[in-house]
Design a protein around this ligand. Sequence first.
Ligand SMILES: Cc1cc2nc3c(=O)[nH]c(=O)nc-3n(C[C@H](O)[C@H](O)[C@H](O)COP(=O)(O)O)c2cc1C
Length: 239
Amino acid sequence: MAEKENKKTPDVQNWNSVEKVIFERRSVRKYRDKQVPENLIRRVLEAGRFAPSAGNCQPWKFIVLRDKEMINEMERDVIRLCKVFKFLMDWRRPGLIGKIAWLNAQVSIRLMPNKLHPIPFGAISLIADGKLGVFHGAPTIIFILKDRRGVGNPDLDCGICGQNMVLAAYSLGLSTCWIGFAILLAYGPKWKRRLGIGFPYELVEGICIGYPVGNPNGIIPRETHEIDWYEHGEKKTMF
Ligand SMILES: Cc1cc2nc3c(=O)[nH]c(=O)nc-3n(C[C@H](O)[C@H](O)[C@H](O)COP(=O)(O)O)c2cc1C
């Protein structure tokens, strides 16, 4: 994990246009009620299509969702699931219920250590309590499905593909936010059936896209990470 107290803005002079996109893009959680033109979404998808992948397997498929009613219905379903997770695992409650929840959480954390890390668990509670949105009012969602037959690590390929799309979207004047909680939709049969998701595909992530309310993008300081640098027979440690 990064050292939280050691934050810096980008240490780069005279950025080029790609670096500007990388440094200024932020995850946006409030969108205008205005649909993104189809041609821009197609350009974003093209950026995904041209991502590198192990063995050039391109182990992905995209689902584009621009139907407000369906997005709202998904949002309600994710909130409902977050409430269930919170009920089963929120050990902060007093008495026996709290103890049972603690046991549930202990078992689940061991089974899903990344998914139930304190940060996503905190977000699940916020979503359940209506304090954090799921799709943030965005008019378009791109779901990335992974082809499980991809060589190596198809999840990683899908991440690279998504990052291409996120950066391309920002370069086109759009804002985005990755939606990890979208995978909750794959926990039951309803959305798998409605979206036609079946072998070899598996829902990996969602990315919401739209026009931001205000201007939330821009440079922020970020944690530095130790870098081991080997050169001329020496090891240097830098940040
Ligand atoms: C794989 C992935 C899943 C994420 N899931 C969510 C999510 O479900 N909801 C959300 O509001 N933000 C989500 N985020 C956004 C992160 O919180 C955000 O990238 C991080 O706080 C850094 O902020 P920045 O993107 O503005 O630099 C996700 C990001 C990634 C890469």
